[in-house]
Ligand binder design. Sequence first.
Ligand SMILES: NC(=O)c1ccc[n+]([C@@H]2O[C@H](COP(=O)([O-])OP(=O)(O)OC[C@H]3O[C@@H](n4cnc5c(N)ncnc54)[C@H](OP(=O)(O)O)[C@@H]3O)[C@@H](O)[C@H]2O)c1
Length: 350
Amino acid sequence: MPRENAGPVWAVVGATGAVGREVLGLLSGRGFPPGRVRALASERSAGRRLPFGEASVGVAALGPGAFEGCAVAVLCADASTARAHAPEALGAGTLVVDNSSAFRMDERVPLVVPEVNGQVLDGPDGPRLVANPNCTTIILVTALEPLRRAFGLEAVDVATYQAVSGAGLGGIAELHAQSRPGRRAGSPPPRVFHEPCAFNVFSHDSPVDAATGVNGEERKVIDETRRIWSDPGLRVTPTCLRVPVVRAHTEAITVTLAAPAGEREVREALAGARGLRLLDDRSANAFPTPLKATGAEDVLVGRVRPDPGEGPDEAGRYRRWCLLACGDQLRKGAALNAIQIAERLARAPV
Ligand SMILES: NC(=O)c1ccc[n+]([C@@H]2O[C@H](COP(=O)([O-])OP(=O)(O)OC[C@H]3O[C@@H](n4cnc5c(N)ncnc54)[C@H](OP(=O)(O)O)[C@@H]3O)[C@@H](O)[C@H]2O)c1
């Protein structure tokens, strides 16, 4: 075995999908040798080859014995596949990070954004299975964590503008097909989404609760945000939309702080924070966009301003602040966050 291929093997389940390919790209970008990657997917993909930097890796079907000898498994498939196969990986002594919703609300499984609550991964008896939060939630809590630490939070209102790749490779293909030159709006008819995604904006494609009117994505944002911050009473009010953007979610946030803050304090808290980059140039009207966020590891934050509907207190401070966050939901919202968790669990950088 070549020397570079000696060392822990990482399994990537769902390697052929949007998140799985991103995990492969990040691993190869960090110099991870292809011989230490086990790319797994459904039977349909067995035998395919996927690019891995300058090299490529073969795909095997996820089946019995798939995790033997693997130190880490990053699961990038659907929730039922995760539920069916995580126990087998754990039984093989493999550390598991799951990108699906399967374990996110399971109290026995930590739900982690390393910049926010990464300390739960540390210590000699760290978890063997960790849930990666929903992509919209990761971007939201990463953007707001510095304000939460500095001033406390009372309420979060957020409208999201979510990229089609949030629905996987099928979402990207549908947007490209519907936006080819000469195509009229709505053609070909949607299959992945319930509305045409090109030239359109529509309520998120997750099921809507008939009684509350809250859709599945909004419910994840509410429940997961509260869980990550251990704040079950936090007021979280999301409206989740899908927009014709290939990649990176945008979030327009209004936050109510527990303690009032001045503009300089707010900017200072955001500017020095891990995992985010302040991009806020009022004179040039230059703020975060999904194109700027695409491929970035940081969440971009800008348009920072006090709520114009609220007057300042006697010290010129405000409790309600508006900001715009854009994050690459395939990177920080999924693959990168999972790799950061796995590295910290394995106590070794890739
Ligand atoms: N897309 C995002 O922005 C995003 C963000 C955060 C979390 N997530 C979550 O990450 C997971 C993957 O999402 P995605 O967007 O990458 O979806 P995707 O592009 O549709 O890819 C799905 C992947 O799952 C694999 N798969 C399906 N059934 C399988 C089975 N029975 N055994 C093994 N592999 C199987 C597929 O393999 P084949 O190619 O062989 O079918 C494919 O590699 C989902 O749980 C999603 O909710 C997605």
